[in-house]
Design a protein around this ligand. Structure first.
Ligand SMILES: NC(=O)c1ccc[n+]([C@@H]2O[C@H](COP(=O)([O-])OP(=O)(O)OC[C@H]3O[C@@H](n4cnc5c(N)ncnc54)[C@H](O)[C@@H]3O)[C@@H](O)[C@H]2O)c1
Length: 422
């Protein structure tokens, strides 16, 4: 993320809201209970063996973090997997000459792997995470939890992780902050009254994030590039270097700004407000500037029963952004560049009272998300960004995309736990 982007978009944070949620138990599916797999936990003195699945751009940051944490005796990279040989070899070298696997199933069968880091294209995340928890591994899974079309698989992963007693930390690093619990509790205690409306956004100028560099224009399927495995359950189409290297431009593999960018801004709000599934979602936008399939302007309205109504905005044409603002019946919370500003309103006078400023402490820090997961692997507590949150964060984003594509309203059928278009 560029500096310019971060100035306008880095408004997020939270963490212990989850701890706070634990007491609410069955009332909310966000509960942070200890998992059933505690007996399989890595002992406190043991190094956790990490296997990387998908070692392209994003995985480089994860490898750097794991190599750094290896120096502290916390983890150790033990294996890498990719379906593209040049990246596989480069990553194995960067990890100090670890084992290389061409399929994730082979990596998961390696007993030295305790935890996997999944950084493949979106539609592999949940299927590979399901295979991982079934194989007895804890998981750091990059955002978004799934491709927009795979909400059922996201639900399945939640089920499977619970059944296996395995942890899934989803890589929305904006929630790696220590202050969420405190602010979530303040909201619950009524500091801004009832939260009724939220605005958030992600703005950038350019589609360079999706139009990724093509390192080899002559790349072709063969022993060093497994096109079938790249496609996974996506429609079977002929190979193209653009689809392979620039997969974010295509609906088959990506969801555009909703699941790629807005997910970062929405997750902290979700955590602060302890939301569940939305009642209905409208998705708008389109591809008005760049030559690509996925939209370059994306707006989503997600209505939660009894409030709030959340407006998510995005443009890739201009970096003039907006703060995240949570509006309550008696005040507002603003997530800005420096931290969270809480401005209560006295209902008797209708005037603002003394505001509270809470500086960020870890927001956007991927290493902190790793340290939290490593800690949880040992304690078997749920991490900052657990599967129970990620699946509910995914819902309005998938619904926004489905609504946009079908020009319909997306409703959440609570009884069937399914998305319905109307
Ligand atoms: N949290 C963040 O800030 C952040 C930032 C960037 C990317 N991401 C996420 O990370 C994921 C990867 O993005 P990227 O930019 O690294 O993409 P990328 O294309 O650079 O890397 C993906 C890698 O996965 C490999 N791959 C594809 N199918 C595979 C399969 N079936 N098995 C094993 N390997 C396979 C590819 O060969 C490639 O090396 C995306 O889902 C993206 O949303 C998150």
């Amino acid at each position: 993320m560029s500096t310019r982007e971060s100035i306008r978009n880095t408004h997020a944070t939270r963490r212990g809201f989850l701890q706070a949620a634990a007491g609410a138990a069955a009332a909310t599916t966000l509960t942070l209970s200890r998992t059933a797999g505690a007996e399989q936990a890595v002992s406190a003195n043991e190094r956790i063996g990490v296997g990387f699945i998908g070692v392209g751009g994003r995985a480089q940051a994860h490898i750097d973090i794991v190599n750094n944490l290896k120096q502290k005796g916390l983890v150790e990279p033990v294996a890498v997997c990719d379906i593209y040989q040049p990246r596989l070899e480069e990553a194995a070298k960067k990890c100090g000459g670890v084992k290389m696997y061409k399929t994730h199933e082979e990596l998961l069968a390696d007993p030295n792997v305790d935890l996997v880091c999944i950084a493949t294209p979106d539609r592999h995340h949940a299927p590979q995470a399901i295979d991982a928890v079934r194989a007895g591994k804890d998981v750091y899974c990059e955002k978004p939890l799934t491709h927009w079309s795979q909400f059922d698989i996201a639900k399945k992963l939640e089920e499977e992780a619970k059944k296996a007693g395995k942890l899934v930390q989803v890589g929305t690093q904006y929630v790696a902050d220590d202050n969420y619990a405190k602010v979530s509790k303040m909201i619950k205690d009524g500091i801004i009254g009832k939260p009724v409306q939220v605005q958030l956004g992600y703005f950038r100028r350019g589609d360079w994030g999706e139009r990724m560099v093509i390192p080899d224009a002559n790349a072709k399927p063969g022993p060093g590039l497994n096109w079938e495995r790249f496609l996974g359950d996506a429609p079977k189409v002929d190979f193209s270097v653009s689809r392979f290297f620039q997969w974010r431009l295509f609906w088959d593999y990506a969801g555009g700004p909703a699941t790629d960018l807005l997910v970062h801004m929405f997750t902290p709000v979700f955590c602060l407000l302890e939301l569940d599934y939305p009642e209905r979602v409208f998705g708008g936008g389109g591809c008005f500037q760049y030559d690509r399939e996925v939209p370059d302007q994306c707006n989503i309205i997600a209505d939660y029963k009894g409030g709030p109504s959340i407006v998510m905005m995005n443009s890739l044409s201009n970096y003039t952004g907006i703060d995240t603002r949570i509006r309550g019946t008696n005040g507002i919370i603003i997530l800005g560049d420096e931290g969270m500003r809480i401005v209560p309103i006295d209902p008797k006078t209708d005037k603002e009272t003394a505001e509270v400023k809470i500086p960020w402490n870890g927001m956007g820090n991927t290493e902190k998300l790793w340290l939290n997961l490593i800690d949880c692997v040992k304690t078997r507590q749920q991490p900052f960004s657990p599967i129970s949150v990620a699946v509910r964060v995914q819902a309005p984003l998938s619904m926004g995309i489905l609504s946009h594509r079908a020009s319909k309203t997306a409703l959440f059928d609570k009884a069937k736990q399914a998305i319905v278009l109307s």
